[in-house]
Design a protein around this ligand. Structure first.
Ligand SMILES: [Zn+2]
Ligand SMILES: [Zn+2]
Length: 178
């Protein structure tokens, strides 16, 4: 987890699409950064993996423009909502079925300083492209991992603070506006 580095070097973490119409800001460090090697992420990125920074959606502020939501099939079968620039269509972040719109999976490559957010874990490494050599700095999981084992205490606290809202979402109740 890169909390200290992220918050010490800059007060804000900004990003945007390629054409510049949409700009956004993360108002804190992410909870955790996933490098996903599943075939779905490979197809959607057109590359070997997706790099997603998980963060509470109320910590994602749109500074300019209005992303459009594109419902896209996903590995779980439940689909994901991908927020894209309405002009250049670059994907900025996604919401997955697990926590809905409460949690955003921000595409690290759209941040102005993506180097600051290396993976905290590699997931679905069972389908990792074989030429790719990992540094060994982050745990490598065949499929997924146990949040309690890998997340830093600060992120677990933030997750716990969201727990009631996420449970309500999973029971099918409408989540409050993020
Ligand atoms: Zn754009
Ligand atoms: Zn994936």
């Amino acid at each position: 987890m890169n909390t200290e580095q992220g918050e010490a070097s800059s007060g804000s973490i900004d990003g945007g699409c390629t054409c510049g119409r949409v700009r956004y800001r993360l108002t804190s460090a992410p909870l955790f950064v996933h490098c996903c090697h599943c075939r779905w992420c490979q197809r959607e990125s057109g590359a070997a993996f997706a790099l997603n920074a998980m963060i509470e959606s109320d910590r994602v502020t749109v500074l300019r423009g209005e992303p459009v939501c594109v419902h896209t099939p996903s590995n779980s079968g439940k689909g994901q909502d991908v927020l894209r620039c309405p002009d250049c269509h670059v994907a900025l972040w996604s919401h997955y079925a697990g926590a809905g719109s409460l949690i955003s999976f921000v595409r690290v490559g759209t941040l102005d300083a993506p180097d600051r957010w290396p993976p905290d874990v590699h997931i679905f490494a069972e389908s990792k492209q074989p030429w790719l050599r990992l540094s060994g700095d982050a745990p490598v999981m065949d499929i997924y991992y146990d949040r309690d084992e890998l997340w830093p205490p600060e992120s677990l606290e933030r997750w716990a603070a969201m727990r009631d809202r996420i449970d309500a979402y999973r029971r099918g109740e409408q989540p409050p506006a993020a």
